[in-house]
Structure formats: structure tokens, C-alpha cells
Design a protein. Structure first.
Length: 255
């Protein structure tokens, strides 16, 4: 079997821009288009708010499955052209294949088969995340290195969540000077994260790219808040010093 795990790209932006009612209507239209797209022997399910899964019989890594995934992606493109709202849609699609052991046992629902189904879902979702990380509107087939990358992503996301809870993120300020005069003109606010858990890994990591943008958004919000609070503190301190200097000048030069 092959599982095609499809997530609509930028759906949160769609909801935020057009509202929940329009988003639900778009999902309804898309669901009808996907149902009409199904062939005999294929199964379609809505797995989450804007996530769908399609299960079909397939040989591992065959061209037919990739062709169906491409056709599935095209369904979204056409749905955005004929739908009521004409909102452009695209999707990230991950493909994962079951092992030879997942046939009749999966139907009987044994413990081993259940583990096999969970593994299939996990790898298909991980493949979708890879497709999304490449810009969306793309297809990715689970490969042997996917498990390690998915484990690293999960480790980073868990550490980010823990870092937010434990307040491990802090702001440091790098001064910027005008070369000609040596005058201090501005500060650059930088985020620093001290994570004992990920210290060894982060030494070799070139960048962090969690699959949940909400994490980066929340970190950015906190850093922005701390930076603005510090800027206000400096501004207030400068105003206080100016008032003190003026008071002293008035006292010295008063007739």
C-alpha cells in the first residue's frame, strides 16, 4: 500500500485573510473534487483541519503512485480555478509505502499491524513536512534518511517548546557605529538561546527550521517585546539624564 499525505499550503493565511466561513466552503468544494478524483480501490479521508490522506494499492517506489500524487496535486490547482471563491490552492504531499507485512494483518487489526499503520502514517507525514520545507506545492517520497531527519526535527521542536516554557531565550544588543565619526547610531537586537539539551547538536547546525511556524512566531514576539522594552528603558534613562543635566546647568548658571 501507499499513503499519500496531503496538507494544503498556507491554509492558516487563507483563514486569517478570508475568514473561517470561506475556508470551510473551500474545504467543502475541495472534498467534493477529491471524492470525484478517487478510483476503484482507493480510500480518501480527512485527517485534520486541512489535511487529507489517500490510501491505494501500490508497489514500492512505482511510477504509478507518483503519477497519482501529481494528479492529486493538480486537483487542488483546478479546484481553485472553478471554485466559488477562486482562491489559489496548492499542497505539500508526502508518500510512504507499507512493508510486505501490512496486508491481511492490518485488516485483522493485530498489535503488529497497528504498529505498521502508525509507522506508515508517521513516515507519510514526515515526507509531507519535507515537501513543505522545500517551498510547498511539491511531492516528496519517504527515503531511508527520513527517519533521522524527522527525529532531529522533533528534537528541535521539543527543545524550542521547552525553551519557551523555561524562558531560555534572551536578547543581546550589538552596537553599530558610523565609520566616519565613530558615533553610535543604532543597536541590532539578536536572539540567543542557551539549551543544554541541544548544545552538542547546535554546534554543527547551520540553521533551525521547525515545521511549526507558530514556534518561531512566538519566539519572535517575545524577542520583539524584550527589545522594545529595553529601547524604552534607554529612552527613559536618556530623558532623565537630560533633565538632570539641565537642572544642574540651571543651578550653576543661575544669577
Amino acid at each position: 500500500m501507499a499513503l499519500l499525505y496531503l496538507e494544503i499550503d498556507s491554509f492558516d493565511f487563507l483563514k486569517g485573510t478570508f475568514g473561517r466561513t470561506v475556508a470551510d466552503e473551500v474545504l467543502g468544494e475541495l472534498g467534493a473534487s477529491l471524492s470525484a478524483f478517487l478510483q476503484e480501490g482507493e480510500t480518501l479521508a480527512r485527517l485534520d483541519d486541512h489535511v487529507f490522506g489517500m490510501l491505494l494499492r501500490a508497489a514500492p517506489y512505482d511510477e504509478a503512485t507518483l503519477t497519482r500524487a501529481t494528479e492529486l496535486r493538480d486537483v487542488l490547482h483546478r479546484a481553485s480555478e472553478i471554485g466559488k471563491h477562486r482562491i489559489p490552492l496548492s499542497a505539500s504531499i508526502g508518500i510512504a509505502y507499507s512493508s510486505d507485512r501490512s496486508g491481511s494483518r492490518a485488516i485483522r487489526g493485530s498489535g503488529e499491524a497497528e504498529s505498521e499503520k502508525e509507522k506508515l502514517m508517521k513516515y507519510a507525514r514526515a515526507a509531507m513536512l519535507e515537501a513543505r520545507s522545500r517551498g510547498g506545492d511539491s511531492i516528496f517520497v519517504a527515503d531511508p534518511g527520513l527517519q533521522e531527519r524527522a527525529a532531529q526535527r522533533h528534537q528541535i521542536e521539543s527543545a524550542l517548546l521547552r525553551g519557551l516554557r523555561e524562558d531560555e531565550f534572551r536578547v543581546v544588543f550589538q552596537p553599530q557605529f558610523e565609520v566616519a565619526t565613530g558615533r553610535l547610531v543604532r543597536f541590532e537586537a539578536l536572539c540567543r538561546w542557551t539549551s543544554a539539551e541541544l548544545a552538542s547538536y547546535l554546534r554543527t547546525a547551520l540553521f533551525l527550521s521547525p515545521s511549526r511556524p507558530a514556534l518561531i512566531t512566538e519566539i519572535g514576539r517575545r524577542i520583539m517585546h524584550d527589545a522594545l522594552r529595553q529601547a524604552k528603558s534607554w529612552t527613559d534613562f536618556g530623558k532623565t539624564n537630560r533633565r538632570r543635566r539641565k537642572h544642574l546647568a540651571d543651578a550653576v548658571y543661575a544669577p
